[in-house]
Design a protein around this ligand. Structure first.
Ligand code: CA
Length: 226
């Protein structure tokens, strides 16, 4: 999953970015509202962490412009303690949640996770596909109760496919959501990660769940793709 942070305080932006990266998110971080809007309107993000008080374009305007453009990416607002009006206005303008500064990084992580889950229509952190279970809180996957050792990238890919189980996901979309602007993406990166994942699932006794959609990408589902 890929997150955008829009925050002008270097200290907060850097600590949030680091915490999210340590939790294996792909992260892009910008320091003003204009850059925030330019990045967010691509729609490549699974969530946006948006400060309200920003140079160039304030957070509320960024949010309104995104919603006007029908960009539905979940948005977590960062607000000051005394700014109740801003919070209300933010929620009314299409924000999904807010966090009052100063906040604990653990709480921010939990809220971002919950936000992404809700936006995908999943109320629980566990996703089941056949005998495979993906636990988004513990970032683990298991087959019939037995854990499978996955790299962060493999888990991220599996999690993304699991969110869209039964639907085809293009290679390009996977690249956009698994890699941030700092990453170098090799042309066969997605295919080789899928290959490694399939091998691990097979070893764990899982039937084939990741199917190739010719000329499209991949789909995670129990039955075979015609
Ligand atoms: Ca600010």
């Amino acid at each position: 999953m890929r997150i955008l942070i829009v925050e002008d305080s270097d200290k907060i932006r850097e600590s949030v970015a680091q915490a999210l990266r340590e939790a294996d998110y792909a992260v892009d971080a910008v320091a003003d509202g204009r850059q925030g809007f330019i990045h967010a309107q691509t729609g490549d993000y699974d969530a946006v962490v948006l400060d309200l008080g920003l140079p160039e374009l304030d957070g509320l305007s960024v949010l309104k412009k995104l919603r006007d453009k029908k960009i539905a990416t979940p948005v977590l607002l960062l607000t000051a303690r005394d700014a109740i009006d801003d919070r209300v206005l933010g929620l009314q303008s299409g924000a999904d949640d807010y966090l009052v500064k100063p906040f604990a990084l653990d709480e921010l992580l939990a809220r971002v996770q919950a936000l992404i889950r809700r936006s995908q229509g999943k109320s629980t952190p566990k996703i089941h596909v056949g005998p495979l279970m993906i636990d988004q809180v513990n970032k683990s996957a298991s087959v019939r109760g037995r854990d499978i050792e996955l790299t962060p990238r493999e888990f991220a890919l599996l999690e993304y496919l699991a969110h869209r189980a039964g639907k085809s996901v293009a290679r390009h979309e996977l690249e956009q959501h698994l890699y941030d602007d700092r990453s170098q993406v090799w042309s066969n990166a997605i295919d080789s990660t899928v290959c490694a994942l399939r091998a691990k699932l097979t070893v764990a006794g899982c039937p084939p769940l990741i199917h190739t959609r010719r000329k499209v990408g991949y789909v995670l589902q129990e039955r075979a793709v015609k």
